[in-house]
Design a protein around this ligand. Structure first.
Ligand SMILES: Cc1ncc(C[n+]2csc(CCOP(=O)(O)OP(=O)(O)O)c2C)c(N)n1
Length: 539
């Protein structure tokens, strides 16, 4: 007899999903019993972190990842991470344990009441099979739903007595064999019309979004920009989970402002704005103004029909952004008369004046030190709110798959995702840049980095406050808000308690030296903490 558990393991093998990211409880033990040798279990110590690790792994491997959660309280802890994963378009199969079927109606302890409602509305599919025999089919559907564009998490709740039941062998086999391709080509007529409009535009520009990276389409984006002499912008950093274009390219102009009024001003003078692989737009905060300048048209290409319908302005073409870019490159003529925009000036290597008392550097100086130590093949995982723009400007990342940021703004992503990215990309150095406040939300993932000897370098910028919230306070004309200071947090000490080599450094020279050493080391994770002055660091 084939059990539901055996059929499920075969299904996961058929999808190459032999890594399970989890935090176990009693309701998951029957699934994990006699854990097979060809599977790997990656333990996270709290569910937000488990989802974040899987999110990083799924993005950096471009493959669906399996998260296994404890019943109701585990799913509850995970919801922030699930929210992040849907914004990041991470394909996650999320399973959770449940009471035995005979005790669900009487709501015995640990019953996950209305289990399918828990992760809503952030999952693409949420189901608790009505029969044990349907578990493999439900999981197959969840894997396919998660993997189809727009990618995202899908959830299945599984009563703990289902695993030992006899599977429906035929259904399970058919479920394991299913494959669905989701790379849909955009309407060729719409692309042909767009190519004509691009060619005829006086001053078109390209906004290159995160989906280009997820689709492996950097090359086509560069070809289109070069052939059409387009100035290229990144969408607002708020939604920029990945980079869609080399930021050291001479045609790259910078990152768009995140608010309605200032963003529209940056589009001024362009008659056609082509947005590829980005939502239109991840606005925050609210600074009103017209959505588009007079005389500017906007056309977005996205694989997400919901995003296409939701956008507040412009036209949209739905389809795979890689296929769209390749087709457009073939259709558009070489633009000859258009002026190629000037490259952005290189950042000042002196990185500006020192901060006040000599013991603290600026965020800009910290990012300049990071740039000085940056190996070309390194990957940045970023959760440093007041220094994100300085990081982008200083690193000017030139390779695809080298930048991960949480598109939803939910904290707890950084440390966890860095662990997942390093698991997916063991050959590349991973550097995780954190604010000391942000670090606390995913802090237990430091333990996972130690336990699995993952050579991530964590850089903590400590400014003793929630600097970005003070910046927002000024913007929102709020004064006297409590809870914005963080005196005395020592992330290096916490890291040491988790068994990680960690040190405090002072000044840019010490910081650069420490980064060079720790990024080169490959015997496990290291953490460097440096004191920075509070402020918003952009240059
Ligand atoms: C889960 C979650 N809780 C709260 C917030 C609100 N929040 C946004 S930025 C921030 C402060 C981050 O502080 P820190 O990492 O020290 O960075 P800094 O602003 O000082 O650069 C907070 C609390 C959030 N984004 N996500």
């Amino acid at each position: 007899m084939t059990t539901v558990r055996e059929a499920t393991l075969d299904l996961l093998r058929a999808h190459g999903m032999t890594t399970i990211f989890g935090n176990p409880g009693s309701t998951e033990l029957p699934m994990l019993a006699g854990f097979p040798d060809d599977f790997r279990y990656v333990l996270g110590l709290q569910e937000l972190v488990v989802v974040g690790i899987a999110d990083g792994y799924a993005q950096a491997s471009r493959r669906p990842a399996h998260v296994n959660l404890h019943t109701a309280p585990g799913v509850g802890n995970a919801v922030g991470g699930i929210f992040n994963a849907q914004a990041n378009r991470s394909p996650l199969l999320i399973t959770a344990g449940q009471q035995v079927r005979a005790q669900i109606t009487i709501e015995a302890n640990l019953t996950n009441r209305d289990a399918t409602a828990g992760p809503q509305p952030y999952v693409k599919y949420s189901h608790e099979p009505t029969r044990a025999q349907d578990v493999p089919s439900a999981l197959a559907r969840a894997i396919l739903a998660a993997s189809l564009p727009p990618r995202g998490p899908a959830f299945v709740s599984i009563p703990m007595d289902d695993w030992a039941q006899e599977a429906d062998a035929d259904r399970a086999l058919q479920a394991a064999r299913r494959r669905v391709s989701g790379r849909a080509a955009p309407d060729p007529d719409a692309l042909a019309e767009l190519a004509g409009r691009l060619a005829g535009a006086r001053s078109p520009m390209l906004v290159a979004g995160p989906e280009i990276d997820a689709a492996g389409a950097w090359e086509a984006a560069v070809e289109l920009a070069v052939k059409q002499r387009l100035p290229v912008w990144a969408p607002p950093a708020t939604g920029g989970s990945r980079l869609g274009f080399p930021e050291d390219h001479p045609q790259f102009q910078g990152v768009l402002a995140p608010a309605i009024g200032p963003l529209a001003q940056m589009l001024d003078g362009h008659d056609l704005v082509l947005v590829v692989g980005s939502s239109v737009f991840a606005y925050y905060p609210y600074l009103p103004g017209p959505l588009l300048p007079e005389g500017t048209s906007l056309i977005a290409i996205t694989s997400d029909p919901v995003d296409a319908a939701r956008a507040p302005m412009g036209e949209a073409i739905v389809g795979d952004v890689g296929l769209a870019l390749q087709t457009l490159v073939g259709l558009v003529p070489e633009a000859v008369r258009r002026r190629v925009p000037d490259a952005r000036p290189a950042p000042d290597s002196a990185a500006g004046p020192a901060a006040d008392d000599g013991t603290r550097i600026t965020g800009t100086q910290a990012m300049a030190a990071l740039a000085a130590a940056w190996p070309e093949d390194a990957i940045a995982v970023v959760e440093t709110p007041s220094s994100t723009l300085a990081l982008r400007n200083r690193l000017r990342i030139s390779r695809p798959g080298s930048y991960y940021f949480c598109a939803s703004g939910g904290l707890g992503f950084g440390i966890s995702a860095a662990v997942g990215v390093q698991l997916a990309q063991p050959q590349r150095p991973v550097v995780c840049v954190l604010g000391e406040g942000s670090a606390q939300y995913g802090i237990t993932a430091l333990w996972t980095a130690v336990a699995y000897r993952l050579p991530v370098t964590f850089l903590v910028l400590r400014n003793h406050e929630y600097a970005i919230l003070k910046w927002f306070s000024a913007l929102e004309q709020v004064s006297g808000a409590p809870g914005l200071d963080l005196p005395g947090l020592d992330v290096a000490a916490v890291a040491r308690a988790y068994g990680m080599a960690a040190r405090q450094v002072t000044g840019t020279d010490e910081l650069t030296e420490a980064l060079l050493q720790d990024i080169a080391a490959d015997d496990g994770p290291r953490l460097i903490q440096v004191d920075v002055a509070p402020g918003m660091w952009i240059e």
